[in-house]
Design a protein around this ligand. Structure first.
Ligand code: SF4
Length: 265
């Protein structure tokens, strides 16, 4: 009887947990690591720091990352959808990440009779509830959570990254999230940080709003990427002051709670 083909895949997000998992597997699951495919769903709209971090991971692990790209660029998809993605209508994730990943898996099924696909996910033992939102739960893909199985939590992840020498992604110096530069989930303060750290990307995002408003003769109901304020209004000095004041405290608390403060400052 023909052996079933078996795949081992680790989906990197460009963040710390999935990166730590790759290093953890190298050190603790070497037989699987050897066959492991590191994949990253590249929206082609990621932060420059994310691309730098991915390059660094490849060097540190001496392993190539498979970068899965969407069939259509964000610009193209925006023309087709004709409205901004938002926390309510999150078409960006479906088009830029979920569909390309499903295609990647579908290619593995081609010509293979019921292969075994083990998908390794960097969910930690202290965030078990996230495992409930299992997107790919089906008979073909088996999701595996090594950090949960080994009981590893946030502090363990930080230790793995420190010990390996890779550290945390550079965007943590000004942002607490990975993802697209225009992500509608980011706070107003994060937008201002993008403005300061990558003005080119901020203005690229702003151009989408300006073009849209112009086309709609300023009657467009939703302001733009952010539900409350346009990017143009956000960089108005009065608003900058208000946004900064509110968020300084929130940011410091976040870093301290997550023990990142001492690593960065
Ligand atoms: S990072 Fe944000 S903008 Fe990018 S796909 Fe995910 S939800 Fe959408």
């Amino acid at each position: 009887m023909e052996d079933k083909k078996e795949y081992h895949i680790l989906s990197l997000s460009g963040g710390k947990d999935s990166t730590a998992l790759a290093f953890f597997m190298r050190d603790n699951m070497p037989e699987i690591f050897e066959k492991l495919e590191l994949v990253f769903c590249d929206t082609e709209c990621e932060l420059p720091e994310t691309y730098d971090y991915l390059n660094k991971i490849e060097v540190f692990l001496n392993k190539k990352i498979i970068r899965i790209k969407p069939e259509k660029s964000f610009e193209h998809l925006m023309l087709l959808h004709n409205y901004f993605p938002s926390p309510i209508k999150r078409w960006c994730t479906v088009e830029l990440k979920t569909k390309p990943f499903k295609n990647f898996i579908a290619n593995k099924l081609n010509g293979n009779k019921k292969p075994i696909i083990n998908l390794f996910i960097g969910i930690r033992a202290d965030e078990l509830q996230r495992a409930e939102y299992n997107k790919y739960k089906n008979k073909i893909i088996k999701e595996i959570y090594p950090f949960v199985d080994y009981g590893l939590s946030y502090s363990d992840v930080m230790k793995i990254l420190e010990k390996s020498g890779i550290g945390i992604p550079k965007y943590y110096e000004w942002s607490n999230r990975s993802g697209c530069y225009f992500c509608p989930f980011q706070s107003k303060n994060n937008w201002l940080n993008l403005y300061e750290n990558h003005p080119y990307l901020f203005f690229k995002a702003k151009k989408y709003e300006d073009d849209k408003n112009q086309k709609n003769n300023n009657n467009y109901k939703r302001v733009g990427w952010n539900m409350e304020m346009s990017l143009g209004d956000m960089i108005n000095p009065e608003n900058v002051k208000k946004i900064r004041k509110y968020s300084t405290r929130v940011r410091k608390n976040y870093l301290q709670e997550n023990k990142l403060y001492n690593l960065l400052y």
